[in-house]
Design a protein around this ligand. Structure first.
Ligand SMILES: [Zn+2]
Length: 452
């Protein structure tokens, strides 16, 4: 519902344009059409360990009375579950925990308080950086991120080019940054922000982009050995909606004429490989709605078309999500193992060794179905199915202390450690693609003899 003040502002904007007053940008006008923010005051995040027998009971709480299952992780033999609970449903949830003798803890006491802390900002430090608004001290708008991308393209034109690979449902630009020093190189794809509420994902992808460009001289092999295709914001409509209206929005913002009251599709269930074959929903109101058909969303189609046009060049596909600290391999639609599994695992192991050296952060490593659950229509499966040999789905920090509402103080440490992991991954893949030359043993023996 648009309120009176919003209508007034729109009228003022229109008058302002004709009177020569400063006018608002399309992004600002769009934001006026968004209703008042949803309040999560009094919402609690509970964590509980559940055995396989009781799992359906806890699972059935999801999507009822505003309860939202944030995360379900396999922690053999049990499952660890994070459950967001509105004040009105707290009695019910505690009742189920007690009835089934489940041990549980209150991880977040008031979610709105956590959101307010996350949003509080201090722009004072921006005074000496007029060229672009990007920082690692807060979560930025899509506009800020794109302004930084423009800056990089202008500043590092020998290294950086950008491309609009499509438009979102609400006509926002879907942008990919290419980092390249010349032709005929294998390529690495990294995307973030496919799920709107996972804010640390695009922030981390921007951090990786920042280092690969502005500090490329520190790691010259990374940009000389690979082309990098980086898409920091795969679902800009959802992200902006989560910034302005509902912090916990996950899906795209497409309107389905069959169910106009339930907006959006889970973009990571919408890819057209084994689509809707388990672990996704056919209910448009569900947060894991697979969509009316595969690739129904302009955002997933844009990624598909880009990947297909470069599938021979692309050797690595990384899609970045949050949270749970996991480095996951395909498949996610089946328990079966990819023929590339061991190679993917070897590389990921080195990536995680690198990641851990920074802050000691521990990740779980394995196939999606081993660490989480079956999920079909995911981008990591699609990329692997079209022949990209190394496909990784990352879940960044944390382990559920803050969940999706990761404090802004953790953006930079998350960026630093993830970049360390990505660097180790790239080098390990390069060694797999171009194994270092081994000298024949006889040559060494002769050399040894001659020295003696
Ligand atoms: Zn996600």
């Amino acid at each position: 519902m648009i309120e009176t003040w919003q209508l007034l502002v729109v009228v003022m904007v229109l008058l302002g344009t004709s009177c020569g007053l400063p006018s608002l940008t399309p992004e600002e006008i769009r934001s006026l059409q968004v209703p008042k923010p949803v309040s999560y005051s009094g919402y609690k995040l509970f964590r509980t360990d559940v055995g396989l027998v009781d799992l359906p009971v806890v699972d059935s709480l999801d999507n009822s009375d505003g309860i939202d299952l944030w995360s379900l992780r396999k922690k053999n033999p049990e499952y660890e579950i994070d459950l967001l609970t509105p004040p009105d449903a707290e009695q019910k949830v505690r009742g189920v925990f007690n009835e089934y003798n489940l041990t549980y803890q209150e991880v977040i006491g008031d979610l709105q308080r956590a959101i307010n802390l996350e949003l509080s900002e201090d722009d004072a430090f921006l005074w000496n950086r007029p060229a672009h608004p990007m920082t690692w001290e807060k979560y930025h708008s899509v506009q800020d991120m794109y302004q930084y991308i423009d800056y990089l393209e202008a500043q590092y034109s020998h290294l950086v080019t950008t491309e609009e690979i499509g438009l979102s449902y609400e006509n926002r630009s879907l942008r990919v940054v290419k980092i390249s020093t010349g032709p005929n190189k294998p390529a690495i794809w990294i995307d973030g922000g496919l799920h709107a509420r996972e804010w640390v994902s695009p922030a981390t992808v921007m951090y990786i982009l920042h280092h690969l460009t502005e500090f490329s001289w520190e790691e010259p092999d990374l940009v000389s050995n690979f082309d990098w295709y980086i898409m920091p914001m795969a679902n800009p409509d959802g992200y902006e909606y989560s910034r302005l209206h509902d912090r916990l929005w996950r899906k795209t913002r497409s309107v389905n004429p069959e169910s106009p009251n339930c907006v959006g599709v889970d973009a990571n269930r919408n890819f057209g490989f084994k689509w809707s074959m388990g672990g996704s929903s056919q209910n448009p109101c569900s947060s894991t709605y697979a969509g009316p058909k595969p690739f129904s969303e302009p955002e997933t189609r844009a990624i598909r078309d880009f990947i297909l046009s470069r599938k021979d060049q692309l050797k690595v596909f990384v899609t970045i999500h949050a949270y749970s600290q996991m480095w996951m391999l395909p498949w996610s639609y089946t328990l079966e193992v990819s023929p590339q599994y061991q190679d993917m695992y070897d590389v990921a192991k080195l990536a995680l060794d690198g990641l851990k050296t920074v802050n000691g952060t521990e990740y779980s490593l394995g196939q999606v179905t081993d660490l989480l659950y079956i999920a079909s229509g995911a981008s990591g499966d699609y990329a692997h199915s079209v022949g990209i040999p190394y496909s990784y789905s990352l879940e960044l920090r944390d382990l559920g202390q803050y969940g999706f509402i990761l404090p802004k103080e953790q953006i930079e440490p998350t960026g630093v450690e993830t970049y360390q992991g990505i660097k180790a991954m790239a080098r390990a893949v390069y060694d797999k693609l171009f194994p270092p030359v081994q000298f024949p043993i006889s040559v060494n023996e002769e050399a040894t003899v001659s020295i003696e």
